[in-house]
Design a protein around this ligand. Structure first.
Ligand SMILES: *[C@@H]1O[C@H](CO)[C@@H](O)[C@H](O)[C@H]1NC(C)=O
Ligand SMILES: *[C@@H]1O[C@H](CO)[C@@H](O)[C@H](O)[C@H]1NC(C)=O
Length: 333
C-alpha cells in the first residue's frame, strides 16, 4: 500500500514536471522579444498599407484575412499573380493572423506571389471541421473575389505550419473526396482542388493518434486543445491525413496535388517522424512529393526564422521553399 502511494506520487510529480516544461516552452515563444516588437510595430504602422490590405471579411463565419501584395503588383497591367495561402499553427486552439505579417511580407517577396493569411475558427470557437470549412472559404474567396486584387484564381498554393499544415493537408484531401459536410457544391469542390497547385507543410501533424501519443509522452495531452478540437478520440482517424489517403481510390489519388514537406530535426513539439511517415505513404501511393529535413532546426524557428532575412534558418528554409515553389509553377522540370 505504502509502495503504491509512493508510486502514484512519483507519477504525478512526473506529470507536474512535464506540465511545467510545456508552459516553459510556451513562454520561450514570447522570448523572441525583438521580433515581437518588430511585428507589432509593422502591423500597426499605416505606412505599410502599400504592402497589404488588412482585415478583409470572408466566408460563412465572417473570419478575416490579410492580403500581402506580390512585388509585381506595382505594375498595374501585369498578368494575374499567383497566390499562396498561409495557414498558421497553434495547436488548433490559438494563433492570430497579425503575428505572421513579417513572414507573409517576406514570403510575398521571395516567391513573387500574393500571400493571404486567413484567421480560422480555432477551438472553442470552432472544431476541426469548421476550420477546414474556413480554409475552403479562403480558397473560395480567392476564386470569387480575387480578381479585384488581380489574383490568379487557378494558381493557389496552400502552405501551413504545425496544426496549420494539418489543416491544409486535411482540406485538400476533403476536397478530393467531396464530402457533403463541407456544404460546398461538388463541382465547386472539384474546381477548388484543381486550383491548388501544391501543398507545402512546415513541421506538420499528419496523424492525430501518433501526435496524441507524443503529447501523452510529454505530459501535455490535458493542456492541449487537440483532442477537444477533434471532438474526441473516436474522430482521430477521420481527421488524419494519413488515414484519409489510404481510403482514396485511383481517380481521387490522381487529383491530389503535389506535396512538399519541411521539418526541423530538433523539433520536440512535433517530431520529425510525422513528416517522414507521411512522405513514405505519399511515395508508396505515387503522389509527387519532396521531403526536406533541416538539421538542428526546431518547431518555432520554422516560422520565426522566416520573418527576417538576418535570422539563422531564413536562407535555408526559403531556399527549399523557392525551389519547390518554382516546380509547382512549372519553371523547373
Ligand atoms: C513576378 O511575377 C510577375 C507575374 O505575376 C511576372 O510578370 C514577373 O516577371 C515576375 N518577376 C520575377 C522576378 O520573376
Ligand atoms: C528553438 O530554438 C531557439 C533558438 O535556438 C530557442 O530560442 C527556442 O527556445 C527553441 N524553441 C523550442 C520550442 O525549443
Amino acid at each position: 500500500m505504502v509502495l503504491l502511494v509512493f508510486f502514484l506520487m512519483l507519477l504525478s510529480c512526473r506529470r507536474i514536471y512535464c506540465l511545467t516544461r510545456a508552459v516553459l516552452e510556451m513562454l520561450k515563444y514570447l522570448q523572441y522579444g525583438k521580433l515581437y516588437f518588430q511585428w507589432k510595430l509593422w502591423y500597426k504602422d499605416d505606412k505599410n498599407s502599400k504592402h497589404c490590405v488588412k482585415g478583409i471579411t470572408f466566408g460563412r463565419r465572417g473570419n478575416k484575412l490579410d492580403l500581402y501584395y506580390s512585388p509585381s503588383m506595382d505594375n498595374s497591367d501585369a498578368a494575374p499573380v499567383p497566390v499562396v495561402i498561409f495557414v498558421y499553427g497553434g495547436a488548433w486552439g490559438s494563433g492570430e493572423r497579425s503575428i505572421y505579417c513579417l513572414l507573409a511580407l517576406q514570403m510575398a517577396k521571395e516567391l513573387n506571389a500574393s500571400v493571404i493569411c486567413p484567421d480560422y475558427s480555432i477551438y472553442p470557437k470552432g472544431n476541426v471541421l469548421n476550420m477546414v470549412q474556413d480554409i475552403c472559404d479562403s480558397l473560395l474567396w480567392v476564386r470569387e473575389r480575387g480578381q479585384t486584387f488581380n489574383l490568379d484564381k487557378d494558381n493557389i498554393v496552400l502552405m501551413g505550419h504545425s496544426a496549420g499544415a494539418h489543416l491544409c493537408a486535411l482540406t485538400t484531401l476533403f476536397l478530393v473526396n467531396s464530402p457533403e459536410e463541407l456544404f460546398i457544391e461538388v463541382h465547386k469542390q472539384r474546381e477548388l482542388v484543381s486550383a491548388i497547385k501544391g501543398n507545402i507543410g512546415l513541421s506538420g501533424v499528419y496523424n492525430i493518434m501518433d501526435h496524441y501519443k507524443h503529447e501523452k509522452m510529454r505530459g501535455v495531452e490535458y493542456v492541449s486543445t487537440m483532442h477537444k478540437a477533434m471532438g474526441g478520440l473516436e474522430n482521430f482517424d477521420y481527421y488524419s491525413p494519413t488515414s484519409l489517403l489510404k481510403k482514396l481510390n485511383e481517380d481521387q489519388l490522381k487529383r491530389v496535388p503535389p506535396v512538399v514537406l519541411l521539418h526541423g530535426t530538433s523539433d520536440i513539439i512535433v517530431p520529425v517522424e510525422s513528416s517522414v511517415r507521411l512522405s513514405d505513404l505519399l511515395t508508396s501511393l505515387s503522389i509527387r512529393m519532396s521531403l526536406h529535413l533541416i538539421p538542428k532546426m526546431n518547431h518555432t524557428e520554422m516560422v520565426t526564422d522566416l520573418m527576417a532575412p538576418d535570422r539563422h534558418f531564413y536562407h535555408t528554409v526559403f531556399g527549399c521553399i523557392k525551389h519547390e515553389y518554382s516546380k509547382f509553377q512549372g519553371y523547373v522540370a
